[in-house]
Design a binder for this molecule. Structure first.
Ligand SMILES: Nc1ncnc2c1ncn2[C@@H]1O[C@H](COP(=O)(O)OP(=O)(O)O)[C@@H](O)[C@H]1O
Ligand SMILES: [Mg+2]
Length: 266
């Protein structure tokens, strides 16, 4: 479905992706893990077209797309749930969902599909006319996924959807992703919760310093002593913010909402 070869990209003069190759097959969940600064977000942004490719190729359903602008990629079914969610706080839940539909394939009833999306996230449904900024961190993440679903994605890319969420909400996100796969959506998942991502995924690629350093069957990587030592140390399968090699600083300090959820208050 997606074939990435020797993809390069970066910022100014700094090359953050140094020739990344990976494949996502139709119907599977592929996890992308790696320490902070490895290039995971840069890769997803380049796939979505938010950052230009400096070199290499992105083939999606047999067509080269690396020069297409982002809305054209969305229209073909390639949708990104960005890092930090990108929710518009001063707009309502409904308005945020509608934003997700602006570049989707033509046809179908918007209202009916919005109802379907709201049914998938029971916490959002009664809050549909509420400002998105009043939602908890977990609800905002659900809204970000819901907004992406309004674009009718065939390949859904998510950038750290569980960041800052309490373990129960992390499991809820993983369950939703598993349901989406059952319904035929292919998923490329970037996660710091490496253990949970590997438990969910079919295959996994590990990124370090802008390069893929390992890739393969997710189960096999989960059981590999090297992977455990570097990415799963102390994760215990639960805690947020784990699965990072070395004492890397968290670039986004928790907001009050996130802190509440970490403490299990929200
Ligand atoms: N806006 C930016 N300007 C300059 N450098 C950036 C920017 N965003 C990320 N980088 C750098 O690119 C590299 C990869 O970052 P990123 O893709 O965000 O990593 P990850 O998502 O794996 O934590 C890092 O060295 C980071 O410092
Ligand atoms: Mg990132």
């Amino acid at each position: 479905m997606l074939q990435v070869s020797e993809l390069r990209s970066g910022y100014g003069g700094i090359e953050a992706l140094k020739g990344v190759s990976l494949e996502v097959r139709s119907g599977e969940i592929v996890a992308l893990i790696g320490a902070n600064g490895a290039g995971k977000t840069t890769l997803l942004k380049t796939l979505a077209g938010v950052l230009p490719a400096w070199g290499g190729a992105i083939a999606y359903e047999g067509e080269r797309i690396e020069r297409l602008p982002p809305p054209q990629r969305v229209r073909r079914g390639l949708t990104l749930v960005p890092e930090g969610r990108g929710i518009l706080h001063r707009m309502t839940v409904r308005e945020n969902l509608l934003m997700g539909a602006y570049a989707r394939p033509a046809g179908g009833s918007l209202e009916r599909e919005m109802e379907e999306v709201l049914r998938r996230f029971p916490a959002l449904s009664p809050r549909r006319n509420q400002l998105a900024g009043t939602l908890s961190g977990g609800e905002q993440q659900m809204l970000a996924i819901g907004r992406a679903l309004m674009a009718r994605p065939r390949l859904l890319m998510l950038d750290e959807p569980s960041l800052g969420l309490a373990p129960m909400l992390v499991r809820e996100i993983m369950r939703i992703l598993s349901d989406l796969r059952t319904q035929g959506i292919t998923i490329l998942l970037v996660e710091q919760n490496a253990r949970q991502a590997l438990q969910l995924a079919d295959r996994c690629s590990i990124l370090a310093s802008g390069q893929v350093v390992a890739s393969g069957n997710a189960r096999a990587l989960l059981e590999s002593p090297e992977v455990q030592a570097a990415y799963l140390r102390g994760a215990g399968g639960q805690g947020p913010g784990t699965g990072v090699a070395g004492p890397t600083p968290d670039p986004q300090p928790p907001t009050p909402a996130r802190r509440e959820e970490r403490d299990g208050v929200a």
